[in-house]
Write a protein that binds this ligand. Structure first.
Ligand SMILES: [Fe+2]
Length: 248
């Protein structure tokens, strides 16, 4: 599979200066997210289901666990192979090339994020989610060490009906101070369409609540996404010396 790497590297360049809608707390929709031929190749070759693992993870403050299956890309050399954790070589050539192109220090995407975050001191982490009927992500805030999260949407190629859900819901104006709120506990609810070849990036903050309501797609259909997260280098150093046991 040959992806047009140069065009992939364009991701971010045109969007950085476009009129894409801005929503709520420092969020941004990219539509389209990628050149169509690259998107279709990635959608057709979304990472195999057997690579994924059930990994609900630890949730603080009594929040309900996230119901989806997870695949993470190894973030450092020598990391053990575990269920739900893969290296670039375990992905299809197209995905591997795409991820490399986003990670590249010279990529326009990387420079776009550097401009947005105002720093070069971050690493990009990649994970994929598959959610079937009944799966949901209750309202939560991302861990404080995540600077920004970029979600790329991959609805089923046979079509995705809007009433199946899958929208990322951005929440503002919490009506109470409970730490494990429900969707109804917020004044403003903005649903980001779960639409092919679109993506949504948001900056993390103290009140960046978000979630996904239970998905109601038929059996055999899944909500699939790629999630790119910007993590400060300081955390990487901390992990190297202290191990990875503080969270999740
Ligand atoms: Fe999140």
């Amino acid at each position: 599979m040959n992806l047009n790497l140069e065009r992939t590297r364009e991701l971010g360049r045109k969007d950085a200066g476009s009129q894409s809608s801005r929503l709520g707390y420092s969020s941004k929709i990219f539509d389209p997210a990628l050149p169509p031929e690259i998107y279709s190749q990635l959608a057709r070759n979304f990472p195999r289901t057997d690579l994924f693992a059930d990994a609900p993870g630890y949730r603080p403050d009594g929040q309900r666990q996230h119901r989806r299956r997870l695949l993470r890309l190894k973030y450092r050399l020598g990391q053990k192979t575990l269920p739900g954790l893969v290296g670039l070589k375990d992905l299809s050539p197209g995905w591997s090339e795409f991820i490399r192109s986003l990670k590249s220090r010279r990529s326009t995407y990387r420079r776009f994020l550097e401009g947005l975050l105002g720093t070069q001191w971050f690493d990009l982490h990649f994970e994929w989610h598959r959610s079937d009927a009944g799966s949901d992500i209750p309202p939560h805030k991302d861990a404080s060490w995540r600077r920004a999260t970029h979600l790329f949407y991959f609805p089923d190629q046979n079509g995705w009906q809007e009433n199946w859900g899958g929208q990322t819901v951005l929440l503002r104006g919490q009506k109470n101070e409970i730490l494990n709120p429900e969707f109804e506990d917020f004044e403003e609810v903005t649903s980001i369409p779960f639409k092919a070849n679109t993506s949504m990036l948001f900056l993390n903050s103290n009140d960046a609540w978000h979630g996904v309501k239970p998905v109601t797609c038929p059996e055999g259909v899944e909500r699939k996404i790629l999630m790119v997260t910007a993590i400060p280098y300081t955390l990487k150093v901390e992990r190297m010396f202290l191990g990875w046991k503080k969270r999740k």
